[in-house]
Design a protein around this ligand. Structure first.
Ligand SMILES: [Zn+2]
Length: 359
């Protein structure tokens, strides 16, 4: 039976279509909070916008389940005298995909439309015009005559820019869109909260359902909220690369495929005993999993929780994703469902008196 209902999918669509650029996540956080509010006992927001719902408050042992709320974007960086806009990254935005994309420029007067222009193929004859897209080469055209007109439209240096692409479903099998990284994570933990509420589960610990900001610029929201909540355990969910598509090198990036289940990561930051609990949960709940290894860091909020507060046992459950940081990111519905199940079922096995020591 499917866990994801029509109602939850409607929320997912609204949540994905709403922009939530790094540092400016409030609109998305509001949507997310509105959705989980019936399933939590309370909520709070920190000074930089990380929102968390609390279930079963006041217990001495606490567990975090976490995703990140922010999406990669661009900043207006320089406006030329003839009215073109040069950009810098806000997060790991991909300059290769920018030319020919339509954008939303977020201003105090509302959204202003623009496009990433590019010289026509016919005109790219000399060496200079054969250049590839680079961050300092791509530019936005808002149809203005000059800088003055751009400014009059409400655009200034520091305005944030997102792509307008919206969510769709491909072949009834894949969610497709921009910023599935990591709105899907926020969706999964929200669904876990819903399931716990609907099943009237009484957890022996306090559960924080955390939607962190600013992951895309270095796990910053998670760093902050880890200090605030000081949890005993953290289960983080993010996306990982499907390496089965063209031009991916499995020897370098690993072997993960959409539709084959959640991926668990082995890394020094990932707590052995917590990971074992998750892997055993997958086996007993008949949830297929895939495995990957990370040298040094996982590059996800897992690291932020793990290395906070003298060390918080943390683990990472990832959703396989195609074409990360493009506007056509793809995730398999079945994987999303299985991530929800795996987080949910793992929570039911966590006991406050369980030993998390390695010796
Ligand atoms: Zn990302």
């Amino acid at each position: 039976m499917s866990i994801i209902t029509q109602q939850s999918e409607t929320f997912l669509k609204d949540y994905l279509n709403n922009p939530s650029p790094t540092g400016f996540e409030s609109g998305g956080q509001k949507l997310w909070l509105d959705y989980i509010r019936p399933y939590i006992d309370g909520w709070d927001i920190d000074h930089y916008g990380t929102v968390y719902g609390t279930i079963n408050p006041g217990k001495p042992f606490s567990v975090v389940i976490e995703g990140h709320a922010d999406e990669i974007s661009w900043f207006v960086h320089y406006i030329t005298d003839n009215g073109f806009i040069h950009v810098i990254r806000n997060g790991g935005s991909d300059h290769m995909i920018a030319p020919s994309k339509r954008v939303n420029i977020h201003t105090e007067k509302g959204i202003v439309k623009g496009v990433f222009g590019w010289p026509a193929i016919h005109t790219r004859r000399d060496a200079a015009s054969k250049q590839q897209p680079e961050v300092d080469r791509i530019f936005i055209d808002v149809g203005a005559e000059n800088k003055e007109e751009v400014l009059k439209m409400g655009i200034h240096v520091g305005c944030v820019i997102t792509y307008e692409d919206e969510m769709m479903v491909l072949n009834d099998r894949y969610y497709v869109g921009r910023a599935l990284d990591n709105r899907l994570g926020g969706f999964c933990i929200a669904e876990v909260a819903r399931l716990l509420h609907e099943q009237k589960v009484e957890l022996p610990f306090t559960l924080y359902v955390v939607n962190s900001v600013q992951e895309e610029v270095g796990l910053r929201g998670a760093e902050m909220i880890a200090q605030t909540l000081k949890p005993n355990v953290a289960i983080v969910t993010d996306v990982t690369h499907d390496t089965s598509t063209p031009m991916m090198d499995k020897k370098k990036i690993g072997d993960v495929k959409c539709g084959m289940g959640p991926s668990v990561t082995y890394a020094p930051a990932v707590h052995n005993k917590l990971l074992k609990l998750i892997v055993e949960t997958a086996a007993s709940s008949d949830i297929p999993i895939q495995r990957e290894a990370a040298s040094r860091r996982t590059g996800t909020d897992t690291d932020a929780f793990a290395y906070s507060n003298g060390g918080v046992p943390s683990a990472l459950i990832s959703i396989p994703l195609r074409y990360m940081h493009t506007t056509v990111e793809m995730a398999h519905k079945q994987d999303v469902e299985n991530v929800i199940r795996l987080i949910h079922d793992s929570l039911l096995r966590i006991q406050p008196d369980m030993s998390l020591k390695y010796l």
